[in-house]
Design a protein around this ligand. Structure first.
Ligand SMILES: [Zn+2]
Ligand SMILES: [Zn+2]
Length: 156
């Protein structure tokens, strides 16, 4: 994992420009809007929801769905964006520069809630140490059924 935490937008933008160049792609307003939208919305997006949000906000830009998919994959290749996979239902993306957090995910509606727990973080460090590892990162995803979906199941 690269040191992206709390990176400011300008720094993020210059990494993005470099990345596009490496991939033989031009820096365009359309591509920047994808980065900017991820940056300014503290949320997890499927490529489709991101696409509709951009279309609504910047109708004049004509951003294509293929551009959104491709740009997200490029951003993810350098950890500028990270994703949570929902198997055949696709992925949800967020920016990789957010402060560290873990996720609890609803298996029914794919809602993602972020959390951070000091005790869990600390315990992970201890386990790594016990195994002779220097911890460089971790990925924790808890799965379950959110309270809203539980109510719906009960027909409330
Ligand atoms: Zn749910
Ligand atoms: Zn998150």
């Amino acid at each position: 994992m690269k040191k992206l935490e709390n990176m400011e937008y300008d720094a993020l933008l210059s990494s993005f420009k470099k990345l596009l160049k490496q991939n033989g792609l031009k820096f365009t307003t359309q591509r920047e809007v994808i980065l900017k939208t991820l940056y300014s919305n503290n949320d997890h997006f499927t490529p489709d929801t991101l696409y509709f949000l951009i279309k609504e906000k910047y109708p004049e830009l004509n951003v294509g769905i293929a551009t959104v998919y491709r740009t997200l994959n490029i951003l993810e290749s350098e950890d500028i964006a990270t994703s949570i996979s929902f198997g055949s239902q696709g992925k949800k993306f967020e920016l990789g520069n957010k402060p560290h957090h873990d996720h609890i995910i609803c298996k029914k509606c794919n809602t993602i809630i972020e959390f951070e727990d000091k005790a869990i973080e600390k315990r992970q460090e201890q386990i790594a140490k016990e195994k002779g590892f220097k911890l460089t990162g971790h990925l924790m995803q808890l799965y379950g059924i959110c309270s809203k979906c539980q109510k719906e199941e009960k027909g409330e």
